[in-house]
Design a protein. Structure first.
Length: 97
């Protein structure tokens, strides 16, 4: 499970950084680029869990999607994937317990 969570974190951060670059190129505004990148990343990450949660859109977007905002915040503050990974692990194990 630890390896799977690291893979999820890598995918999430690659989406975030890719969208951030594109949004900044299109808007020329750094803050707007960050907002767009966060919104797209949270939506895509939440929807990636569609089949795991049998299509429960509210749960997918609120718990999986919005729950990931803490991971992204830590990554943006530290520029270190290990901090966002640690938060992801703590969140998943907290919900499992």
């Amino acid at each position: 499970m630890a390896l799977q969570l690291f893979g999820e974190e890598m995918v999430k951060l690659n989406i975030f950084l890719g969208v951030l670059i594109l949004a900044f190129q299109r808007t020329g505004n750094r803050k707007m680029g960050i907002v767009i990148a966060i919104a797209v990343t949270l939506f895509v990450f939440g929807m990636a869990h569609f089949r795991a949660y049998n299509g429960a859109i509210v749960q997918i977007l609120l718990i999986q999607g919005l729950g990931s905002i803490f991971d992204l915040f830590l990554y943006m503050r530290t520029k270190n994937i290990l901090t966002s990974y640690a938060m992801h692990v703590l969140q998943d194990f907290m919900f499992l317990a």
